[in-house]
Design a protein around this ligand. Structure first.
Ligand SMILES: O=P(O)(O)OP(=O)(O)OP(=O)(O)OC[C@H]1O[C@@H](n2cnc3c(O)ncnc32)[C@H](O)[C@@H]1O
Ligand SMILES: [Mg+2]
Length: 201
């Protein structure tokens, strides 16, 4: 099994990745278990932030690394919170928590008709810190933002992310169901195909 460092400190992401990757024959080690501190994510694009996180983890561990930069893009908010999804409330002086982020989001949409939104995940895999050929994959998942939270699974904005075709929020989906539809799962399947095409896994 190839050992890969997962360049994330988000417990929700780590759970979703490990469920998919264990089936793919990759041994993933969360960066926290190897003493890697959080990387800076100062960039305006998911791609640049994911690349920065992957390079950082690979540089500090000497292992191949997989990073995920993701977020919620709301049409009526011009794509916000976007790359700032993890610290949306903190940017407005609030705390850095899912609950505070959701309060800010729901408050901003209180009198807005257009509820359309999408989750974006950009994954980057590097063989080494200076890998000249990173593998990049993107996933997108469409939904609508609802004011009242529903469901206790998932993380982040999931209780407010309603998928009309499923009649449920992402937090009402069982973990395996979320992994059958989500932005992260779609990106990961595409990244694994690219990796296999290179003979990597
Ligand atoms: O950078 P790492 O350490 O991976 O962890 P993070 O939580 O800071 O991750 P990001 O910088 O990529 O920010 C992504 C944020 O977008 C939101 N998000 C992304 N994917 C999500 C999902 O599947 N369900 C709910 N919220 C999600 C959630 O608020 C995340 O904190
Ligand atoms: Mg982050």
């Amino acid at each position: 099994m190839t050992k890969v460092v997962l360049a994330s400190n988000n417990a929700g992401k780590l759970r979703e990745f490990s469920a998919i990757l264990s089936e793919a024959g990759l041994e993933m080690v969360p960066q926290g278990a190897l003493g890697v501190p959080e990387a800076e994510e100062p960039h305006p694009t998911f791609l640049e932030n994911a690349l920065a996180k992957a390079r950082h983890a690979s540089r500090l561990t000497g292992l191949p690394a997989l990073a995920d930069d993701s977020g919620l893009c709301v049409r009526a908010l011009g794509g916000r919170p976007g790359v700032h999804s993890a610290r949306y409330a903190a940017l407005a002086g609030g705390e850095k928590s899912d609950a505070a982020n959701n309060r800010r989001l729901v408050g901003e949409l209180a009198s807005v008709q257009d509820r359309r939104a999408g989750y974006v995940a950009v994954l980057v895999y590097v063989e080494s810190a200076d890998d000249p050929r990173p593998i990049v994959a993107e996933g997108y998942w469409e939904g609508e933002i609802i004011g009242e939270p529903r469901g206790g699974n998932g993380f982040g904005y999931d209780p407010h992310f309603y998928i009309p075709a499923l009649g449920k929020t992402a937090a009402e989906l069982a973990p395996a169901q979320k992994n059958a539809h989500s932005h992260r799962a779609m990106a990961l399947q595409s990244l694994l195909r690219a990796l296999r095409a290179r003979g990597g896994a």
